[in-house]
Design a protein around this ligand. Structure first.
Ligand code: ADP
Ligand code: PLP
Length: 283
């Protein structure tokens, strides 16, 4: 009989009803990782913002009362993870939640969603970016892409990712660790035929996780990736094992989505491969 204590994570993210991203990805992926996922919605959308029309309902005004009831119940979490945050106020609410719920055992995972391909998202004002820095400082595990890493470090973005040398990438990861997080994964760096993730875990040597880039870029892959990392790390895996599984799973999902002719805006059809993830996440 296993004596494993099942882990529980509070997942602060948006709920997009169609298009497979954020909470609709985190819930099934964390379940497959054998971790209980408890959502804190930041906004409710009919579909993600890549569709031509969508309904958007900002949940900021409800978040504090929602979290307050969790406090009243005395709930505790092994992990707290954050995804897309749409306003400065939301970032402050999330920071307060971390202060209220974090114990020495709690792992905080921040995906500092602010931009991609060198371009900050429209919602990401300079004030937002500066608050995101203070949230990133509270993380144990930080998963920026290169654009977000540059914003966090106040560095210009070099639009030729392929030219960046390993020493430069290593230095970026080390500088991000100095902001606070003991573990950093810089994701999705395009280098020739490969996508590279730069992994820094404590004082261990920086590791470059390389996979062939396959198919097309699809929404929600970052959410699949960070949910597997969150689940693995909360279960006590080392960062490299969690990131290897995450990179392989995302790659397999993209290949399967191409085979099944899933429209790109619908994200990745991870449901087809969830059984395999369950097997790999066994004790
Ligand atoms: N086309 C792809 N081929 C192979 N792996 C991919 C592909 N797209 C994403 N991945 C994997 O998923 C990770 C996270 O995806 P990415 O799209 O970079 O995240 P984000 O949405 O946060 O920018 C990448 O670092 C990579 O390991
Ligand atoms: C509201 C919302 N959340 C999450 C995502 C997914 O983001 P990513 O592709 O970076 O994983 C999107 C993408 O369009 C989005 O519109």
């Amino acid at each position: 009989m296993s004596t494993r204590h099942q882990k529980k994570i509070a997942m602060i993210n948006d709920l997009s009803g169609y298009g497979r991203c954020s909470l609709t990805v985190a819930l099934p992926i964390l379940s497959a990782m054998r971790v209980q996922c408890c959502p804190v919605p930041t906004s409710i959308l009919s579909s993600h913002t890549g569709f031509p029309v969508y309904y958007f309902d900002d949940y900021t005004d409800h978040m504090e009362a929602y979290i307050e009831k969790w406090k009243e119940l005395g709930l505790t979490f092994d992990g707290i993870a954050t995804g897309f945050l749409g306003s400065e106020r939301q970032i402050e609410i999330v920071k307060d939640m971390i202060v209220a719920f974090k114990t020495p055992e709690t792992k905080v995972l921040v995906d500092p969603i602010m931009g991609d391909h060198g371009v900050p998202y429209a919602t990401c004002t300079p004030a937002m970016c500066s608050r995101m820095k203070s949230l990133a400082a509270m993380a144990d595990i930080l998963t920026p892409n290169l654009t977000e890493a540059c914003i966090l470090l106040d560095l210009p973005y070099n639009d030729n990712e392929g030219d960046l040398k390993e020493e430069e990438l290593e230095q970026l990861a080390r500088r991000l660790q100095l902001l606070g997080p003991s573990s950093v994964v810089i994701t999705g760096i395009r280098q020739g035929k490969y996508l590279v993730n730069v992994l820094a875990e404590g004082e261990k040597e920086v590791y470059f996780l390389k996979r062939l880039a396959v198919g097309e870029e699809r929404p929600g892959t970052g959410d699949v990736f960070s949910s597997i990392i969150a689940g693995g790390c909360i279960r006590g895996w080392n960062l490299r094992d969690a990131a290897e599984l995450a990179a392989d799973f995302v790659k397999d999902c993209i290949i399967r989505s191409g085979q099944l002719q899933v429209p790109v805006q619908n994200g990745v059809c991870f449901e087809e491969l969830l059984g395999e993830l369950c097997q790999k996440a066994k004790d």
